[in-house]
Design a protein around this ligand. Sequence first.
Ligand SMILES: Nc1ncnc2c1ncn2[C@@H]1O[C@H](COP(=O)(O)OP(=O)(O)OP(=O)(O)O)[C@@H](O)[C@H]1O
Ligand SMILES: [Mg+2]
Length: 514
Amino acid sequence: MQSFGEMQSMATNIFSAYASVAASMMLYRSMVNDIIPEPVKAFFYSTFNRFFKSFFDRFFGKLSTHMTVVVDEQNGFTRNQIYDAAEIYLRTIINPDAERLKANKTTKQKNISLSMEKGQELTDFYKDFQLKWQFILVEPDGDKGRFQSEKRYFELTFEKQNKDTVLNDYLPFVLAKAKEMKENERAVKLYTRDCPFDNNDDDDGGGNGGGYWGCVNLDHPATFDKLAMDPNMKRAIVEDLDRFVRRKDYYRKVGKAWKRGYLLYGPPGTGKSSLIAAIANYLRFDVYDLELTSVYSNSELRRILLCTNNKSILVIEDIDCSGQMHDRERDTQSEHEDSSNTKLTLSGLLNFIDGLWSTCGDERIIIFTTNHKEKLDPALLRPGRMDMHIHMGYCTPEGFDVLASNYLGINDHHRLVPEIKRLIREVEITPAEIAEHLMRSEDVDLALEGVVDLLKQKGEAKKNETPDDQKKCDVEENKSDEGVDQGKKRKFRGIMKDLTKFRRRRGIGKGKML
Ligand SMILES: Nc1ncnc2c1ncn2[C@@H]1O[C@H](COP(=O)(O)OP(=O)(O)OP(=O)(O)O)[C@@H](O)[C@H]1O
Ligand SMILES: [Mg+2]
């Protein structure tokens, strides 16, 4: 071991050697200045400086107990992920009372974010030690030509003894934290096939689904808290979703595609679409709303589905109308006889969802909705097809509490609430109907009186119903469903005709994409 005195005298010797070399250099410099061309001179000086800088850094670095990791913004031509992550992560430890801060907001961000100023330092604590981040910004140095553009980087300084923990634990922690924060800031998107907009300005490779999908931000306010539904069912769904997203390794281990399927069924206005929005907001997954009537063939469906991103929910509403898929085969038989095997069929859809598509992506959720579970093709209901069947039913007294607190900001202390709850037990009323009445007046008494009147009317109508009326009602309901189905079929046929005309006009052959 060298003593401090020895080291000091060694440093003094090195300094004097450097001084004498530098003096000689000055002399030579003036002599050769006129005869050596400029580029050769520049190369010579920079090599000389670099040599002495690295020598001194190494010498004095040995004496320091700290080390510094430089996190450059760019790694060659690509961005350095650690730099981007640090920029996001440091917002969490930035002191909002600091004397100088930078405030930023991009169109993609929901909130204003704070960032570090040039030269600013931040202290972080990880496990039982301290780290220091410093933001460095080197401005272009014009004529000298070393930095043509701004150079940004962070210097992360910590005690040498913590090197392994910093590299193996702390930096991965920063990366993970930043990823989570970015995910939470990102707006959830709604993709549809007929949307003319493409608001996807994500830089995560999201794209616009190969041109098959247009998207807008899904600014749907639905959350699980605001949903009026069976509390046990609500809890079971949230637990199922949580289990699903944290089980990546498990799915891999058992050799199953990382996907989950839900079937939502129940009368109109019971909250099936609201539940889908609540799931999307909860998981921050994008929603792909697929209208099957706009899909012509199995192969087209495959292409459309392959253009969806991970961490997404594929929604197919009113799947009971899938019977039309078989009709569609017949409808178009004459025009596309030799391509009947490519027509869209329920089995084509299910095979693809179960097979190839689900294995080429991660974290996929598929949701089918229907008003008539009993009308569904048995292929959809067979065990293992949909992981959870969720019944969205008529409003319950507990459901009313949620709606009342949501729409009027009241709890069950209001004088009319017990009566409303009693009436709700006696009639079938959807949350949508109640919600609509609660919104009719800002005056709480008036709004609740409206709900009481509605419930009483429903109760009276039910009392006056004879068994024959009930039968007639069922038949009419079926008829009106038929009407809806017929309407949907008509709409579908119209689309198919337009498609065929369009293909002919553009000279597109059978089975080809538009
Ligand atoms: N369970 C619920 N909780 C809270 N609000 C609800 C619920 N059900 C319906 N609503 C209200 O009624 C409106 C319509 O509901 P929603 O579209 O979710 O019903 P749906 O079951 O999807 O109906 P459909 O079968 O016709 O598609 C919602 O915007 C919401 O305001
Ligand atoms: Mg709906």
